[in-house]
Design a protein around this ligand. Structure first.
Ligand code: SIN
Length: 191
């Protein structure tokens, strides 16, 4: 049986494992939010960064990509890799994935997705909501082993635009980060 993984964050632009098919589409009942703290990729324990997680939201959809992995060995390798990479996401959910906005029937049922839950007891890195400017300031400052937090945000914005998704939360945040960077360094930083 094929294994399917849904990516709505960095998995959109960097799978990091071998896959047989990649589909653009969405899941229902969730929205993408920069509420997850990152101390291992885009921040440090002293200065956590922010990455996306999914928040249940009635009537909303979240666009991303679905990866199909066929071979048993490839599935094992992908899962082992993802369990390390996504280790700060405490939940795995299995949801329906759609490719057509008008479709009633999912293109894939039971696709696996990593979620950082809001329960601080099991997800101590969860940061939750904050004013846009505060989230942007944190993203400007944070940097971790996978690179600056701002790069994660800008790469996500670009990857979403590439699949035809204009995510307001992501774009507003990216614009605010660009504004802060210009304010901080002046226009010579190339942004
Ligand atoms: C994902 O991409 O689906 C999970 C969040 C992330 O790793 O950025």
């Amino acid at each position: 049986m094929a294994m399917w993984v849904f990516g709505y964050g960095s998995l959109i632009w960097k799978a990091g494992f071998h896959y047989d098919e990649r589909l653009v589409g969405f899941i229902k009942g969730y929205r993408r939010v920069f509420f997850q703290g990152s101390t291992d990729h885009r921040g440090t324990p002293e200065f956590p960064g922010r990455t996306v997680t999914l928040e249940p939201a009635e009537g909303e959809i979240c666009w991303g990509v679905a990866y199909k992995i066929v071979g048993e060995e490839d599935q094992q390798i992908a899962l082992t890799y993802l369990e390390v990479r996504e280790k700060q996401y405490d939940q795995k959910a299995y949801v329906d994935f759609f490719t057509e906005p008008a479709a009633e029937t999912p293109a894939v049922s039971g696709i696996m997705v990593y979620i950082g839950s809001p329960d601080k007891k099991i997800n101590p890195n969860f940061l939750g909501p904050a004013p846009l400017e505060d989230i942007a300031k944190q993203i400007v400052q944070a940097e971790g082993p996978s690179g600056p937090n701002r790069d994660y945000l800008f790469q996500l914005e670009a990857a979403l635009l590439q699949i035809g998704c204009k995510d307001k939360h992501v774009m507003d945040l990216a614009n605010e980060v660009r504004r802060l960077l210009l304010q901080e360094d002046g226009p010579h930083n190339g942004l």
